[in-house]
Ligand binder design. Structure first.
Ligand code: ATP
Ligand code: PRP
Length: 230
């Protein structure tokens, strides 16, 4: 368990990191040490009872489930793939992308009766998607650059994350179907929610306020942008 007077939060390193730090800043916390580029992994935020831990996405869930972190910030993609016992308390609205079934441009994925082969870094998400369709598929786990699988003839399609669609486009692929929308979520350890209820509630309200402040700042910046001539 974490010390009684501390709220320890595991943050996903990488793509979600910058926006999570921006949110904490808008919520009133000093995160400058985390922006210093150091290799440190645990940070105590000044003048607060918050400790931040930087970890890989799937490990955020492991630390929160085991109660060595009270809370975590992690993508819905990781939650769907890894699962686990914890509360999902807030949709932070950033890190937006989607899980899609994708394949070669112009092909009809559902044509014919053969058993399809699907490549994915997310075998559970893929299995769940096709079992909801009562469709039997072969799933091959790939570790990255999954777009290669249909191009090399290993799979009929892939289930992968699509954000801008550039990776698909540049490789002659297209999204066939959305599997699920994705964004960053706050998760909370089951016991912490009971033992540290007040602190967690207060922090959640602060984060919600931070989300509103972040939104306002974005709107103001947009207003201040010089208008483009049409
Ligand atoms: N284009 C995108 N590709 C992948 N993840 C994205 C994208 N846009 C937003 N995300 C979100 O960012 C989270 C972190 O992604 P990031 O690539 O930094 O780490 P990762 O998924 O652990 O990848 P890696 O194993 O390559 O480090 C994802 O879990 C997802 O929720
Ligand atoms: O729609 P886009 O904006 O092009 O983004 C989607 C791409 O980003 C992710 O890959 P990532 O860069 O994490 O590398 P990976 O394939 O090695 O996981 C994802 O797996 C897609 O390949």
């Amino acid at each position: 368990m974490t010390p009684e007077n501390i709220i320890r939060i595991a943050l996903t390193k990488g793509r979600l990191e910058k926006k999570t730090l921006e949110l904490l800043e808008h919520s009133g916390y000093d995160v400058s040490e985390l922006r210093s580029g150091s290799r440190k992994l645990i940070f105590r935020l000044p003048n607060s009872n918050i400790e931040l831990v930087l970890s890989k996405a799937a490990d955020v869930i492991t630390y929160v489930e085991h109660g060595v972190c009270d809370m975590g910030v992690v993508g819905k993609d990781t939650i769907m793939e890894k699962g686990g016992s914890f509360y999902e308390t807030l949709d932070l609205g950033f890190g937006k992308c989607r899980f899609c079934l994708c394949g070669k441009k112009g092909e009809d994925f559902y044509a014919g009766y053969h058993t399809r082969t699907i490549a994915s870094k997310y075998p559970k998400v893929t299995r769940d998607f096709f079992s909801r369709k009562n469709m039997d598929v072969n799933i091959i786990k790939i570790e990255g650059s999954v777009e290669l699988a249909p191009l090399l003839g290993l799979a009929d399609a892939i289930v992968d994350i699509v954000e801008t669609g550039t990776t698909l486009k540049e490789n002659g692929l297209e999204p066939y179907e959305t599997v699920a929308p994705i964004s960053a979520r706050v998760i909370v350890n089951l016991a912490s929610m009971k033992m540290k209820k007040q602190q967690i509630q207060a922090l959640t309200e602060q984060l919600q306020e931070g989300l509103r402040a972040k939104d306002e700042t974005k709107k103001e910046a947009k207003k201040a942008e010089p208008k483009q001539d049409k």
